[in-house]
Design a protein. Structure first.
Length: 551
């Protein structure tokens, strides 16, 4: 094995969460080694939803347009989820603009969501990571073991083809190695929750002519409601590639590449030659690790949280983990972040994970087989009336699963030790609706500027101070001086009165590198960087006490 030398960070696992972390670190010039035992190629991604928050991270990294260009059917492909008895049967209801996929300008976010296979997202991210000079990616390389002391970690890796082993000395080791995480086992973390909510299969197949063989409006997903094979089906990629996921199977029934084609015929009612490309079994569970860290070892993505894929949260949460931990690791290594930054990682992310896991489990509790009723496929007026009634029931039960902006953008780090809390947490509202707020701990509200750009584009790599016309110029000057004195990167973003009116009501708002609000108020205090950059780790110096002093 080639000499791997010394790195600042070693990441195990090159899925979306590991790639997000590598890009976040590489964008900041942090020497990073990303290892992956596989080639990261295949037909069978379960994740196909890249939500508005993940695409906003891609915008920060400069690759959102590249992902849009890689969309197999174009970004303007109808963002519908249709419920039907069968693909070749009757329509029941349709949910439109799912996951905010429509590529229209929106005042709530700078980037629309995108339906795209996970392997294509990974390819775009991997290609970008390859352009970052401080990032090295090694595929066909597996993690063997690691030890740590007060200053470093020593990681042993193996080339899976030759069997040759090598060692890497680093400052931190990150486990982005999925549900069967070796790093989770290394730190002694246990998964807590519920195993086996359902047994599922993901079948990928090629079916020329299937798109033309049914009469329903184009959709990214069709839920098939029938007693034979209730299931999800939809187009996945170019060249007539589709996916199929049965949501209920007879006890003991195993889906194989030999019987999957017949199952698809029964489910769709359409007899075509189906070429089965892959079939993999997976079990839906709700789990969260009892700890995310052991000193210099950390967990992100599926290594520390698992849940059913209904709602499209899992992969996106992993990307957000990488973005959160990435800036904190970079700040720590580059000297402008204190020990409180890394201590805040689990506190902040766990609260979001718990909320999203609960939402995904609620979505999973109602599947297509729950809507079947006798005579649903009966012809004539009686059948039509029953289908309308069932369609209304489906829409009422499932619409929240596909309109999730309140969950995607509305989560707040209200209990974080590096946030200047204003006391009580914001009230939890409709998970479908996002109401922007500049409260500390919440995502900084998005604004379109007069030049057509996003206010996010002006935040930069470090902290940003959003300034309204009501701000005292002396406070802004002191903030700049404190940033220089304390070595904190700071961009100053000035808003007009009209821009500030509804979304930034206080004169000064301090925004973190991940676009979350650290503090807002009327007068600047030099202690704010101590809090937001993790230098103030005294137990008695809570965010609330800081807020009392400076707001």
């Amino acid at each position: 094995m080639e000499e791997l030398g010394e790195q600042s960070i070693v990441i195990v696992g090159a899925g979306p969460s590991g790639l997000a972390l590598a890009i976040e670190l590489g964008s900041r010039g942090v020497p990073t080694l990303l290892i992956e035992r596989n080639e990261r190629v295949g037909y069978a991604p379960r994740a196909k939803t890249t939500n508005v928050r993940t695409r906003t991270h891609l915008r920060r990294w400069g690759i959102a347009d590249k992902l849009a260009a890689a969309a197999p059917f174009g970004v303007d492909y109808p963002a519908n989820v249709s419920f039907v008895t069968r693909l070749g049967g009757f329509g029941l209801t349709r949910i439109e603009n799912t996951s905010n996929f429509e590529p229209t300008r929106n005042d709530l976010y700078p980037e629309h969501g995108q339906w795209i296979p996970q392997y294509t997202l990974e390819q775009v991210m991997r290609e970008h990571a390859d352009t970052l000079p401080s990032v090295r990616i090694r595929f066909n390389t597996e993690f063997v073991s690691a030890t740590q002391d007060a200053e470093h970690v020593l990681v042993t890796v193996r080339d899976v083809r030759s069997g040759a082993e090598g060692q890497v000395r680093a400052r931190y080791l990150i486990g982005a190695d999925g549900a069967r995480s070796a790093i989770r086992e290394l730190i002694g973390a246990k998964l807590e929750g519920q195993y086996g909510l359902s047994r599922n299969y993901n079948v990928v197949f090629r079916a020329p002519g299937l798109a033309e063989a049914h009469s329903h409006a184009p959709s990214v997903m069709f839920w098939q409601v029938n007693p034979v094979a209730p299931s999800l089906i939809g187009p996945m990629d170019k060249d007539d590639v589709w996916y199929f996921m049965p949501t209920r199977l007879p006890k003991g029934f195993e889906v194989t590449t030999e019987n999957a084609a017949d199952l698809i015929r029964d489910a769709t009612g359409i007899d075509l030659p189906y070429e089965i490309m892959s079939s993999d079994e997976w079990v839906a569970s709700s789990f969260i690790a009892d700890k995310y860290r052991d000193r210099r070892f950390f967990l992100i993505g599926d290594a520390c949280h698992l849940h059913p894929p209904f709602g499209g949260f899992g992969m996106n949460m992993g990307v957000a983990d990488g973005a959160d931990l990435g800036w904190k690791l970079a700040a720590t290594l580059q000297g402008w972040g204190g020990p409180g930054l890394l201590e805040s990682y689990e506190t902040e992310r766990r609260a979001i994970h718990e909320e999203v896991i609960a939402e995904a489990a609620a979505n999973h509790s109602v599947l297509s087989n729950d809507f079947w009723t006798d005579e649903l496929e009966a012809p004539g007026e009686a059948g039509d009336r029953l289908r309308r009634e069932v369609g209304e029931r489906i829409y009422a039960a499932k619409e929240r699963e596909f309109h999730t902006l309140g969950t995607v953008l509305g989560g707040c780090y209200t209990a974080s030790p590096i946030i200047a809390s204003e006391g009580s947490a914001p009230e939890k509202g409709d998970t479908r609706v996002y109401t922007p707020s500049s409260r500390p701990g919440c995502l900084a509200p998005h604004l379109w500027r007069a030049d057509g750009g996003s206010v996010y584009d002006e935040f930069g790599q470090g902290f940003a101070l959003v300034v309204t016309p009501d701000a005292d110029i002396a406070d802004v000057r002191r903030a700049k001086e404190d940033a220089v004195a304390k070595g904190e990167p700071l961009a100053v973003v000035e808003l007009s009165a009209l821009e500030a009116e509804t979304r930034y009501p206080l004169p000064l708002t301090l925004v973190r590198p991940d676009q979350y609000v650290a503090w807002r108020g009327r007068r600047w205090s030099s202690q704010l960087f101590d809090l937001a950059a993790g230098w103030d780790t005294k137990q008695e110096a809570s965010g609330a006490r800081h807020a009392e002093r400076v707001v």
